[in-house]
Design a binder for this molecule. Sequence first.
Ligand SMILES: C[S@@+](CC[C@H](N)C(=O)[O-])C[C@H]1O[C@@H](n2cnc3c(N)ncnc32)[C@H](O)[C@@H]1O
Length: 260
Amino acid sequence: MKNNNDWNPDLYLKYRNERTQASIDLVNRISIDFIPEKIIDIGCGPGNSSEILRRRWQSARIVGLDSSASMIEKAKSDYPDSEWIIANALTYETKEKFDVVFSNATIQWIPNHKELLKKFYGMLSDRGIIAVQLPLFRDMPLGKAIENVSKLKKWKSKTDGVSNLFTIYDYFFYYDVLSKLFNSIDLWVTNYIHILESQFSILEFIRSSGLKPYLERLDSESEKLEFEEEVLGLIKKDYPLQENGKVLVPFKRLFFIAYK
Ligand SMILES: C[S@@+](CC[C@H](N)C(=O)[O-])C[C@H]1O[C@@H](n2cnc3c(N)ncnc32)[C@H](O)[C@@H]1O
C-alpha cells in the first residue's frame, strides 16, 4: 500500500547539487590505502550519495539501504545495476562485514546514536571505517524558525513532539562515542552557502526534508501553506535578497570519519 507520508524523491532531487556536495566532500576525505570491497550507504535515499561512492570505487560492491520504499524505487530505476535494500538502519541485521559504512544526511532521522554508531562499528571488517555527515539544523535560523512556528498556540496541538523526531548532537558527543571504539577520528563542520533563486526556494528546499514531518501533521493544503508562510515570515530577515534577487542560505553540516 502506498504511504502518503513517504519521501518524495523528485522533490528531494530538485536540489540534487546542494544535497550531494556533502557526500562528495565526505567521500573525498576518506583516507585509506586499500580499495574497499564492500560498502554500505545507510539512508541512501534516491541513490545520489551511493553514486558518489561508486565514482570513487568502481570495483566495490555497494549496497544502498533505506527505509523508504519510494526512495529505493527511485534508486533502483536510476541505478539498476546496484544493490538496494529497504530496511530500518536501527533494526537491520546482517552477518556481512563492510570496509566502509557510509551515511550522508540520514542519522538525524534515527534515534539512539550511541547504539547506532556501535551498530555501524559492528558491521565493519577489520580494516573498516565509518563516514557520516548530518546537518546541524538546530543551529540554523531556518531550523529555529520551523521549531518556533511549531510551538505557536495554533499549531502546537498538531506539531507537538515533532522536533523530537530529530536526533542531533554536537561534536563533543560524537567524539566521546567514537573514541571508545576507534583509533583515529576526523571531525569537521562545513557551512555550505547555498545560492537559491528566492526566499520561497528555501521552503521548497526544506519541504522534502526538515519541514516534512511538520507538514505531515497538518490536515489540509491550506494549513500547510499557512505554516510555511509563517516560517517564511520569520526567516526573511536572516536570508535577505541579494542585489540580483537571489538568497544565500548558509547550511551547517557536521562530518566525521572514524578509522579502526
Ligand atoms: C535526507 S535523505 C539522504 C539521502 C542521501 N543519502 C543523500 O545524501 O542525499 C535521508 C534518508 O534517510 C532515510 N531514513 C530515515 N530514517 C531511516 C532509518 N531508520 N533507516 C534507514 N533509512 C532511513 C530516509 O528514508 C531518507 O531517504
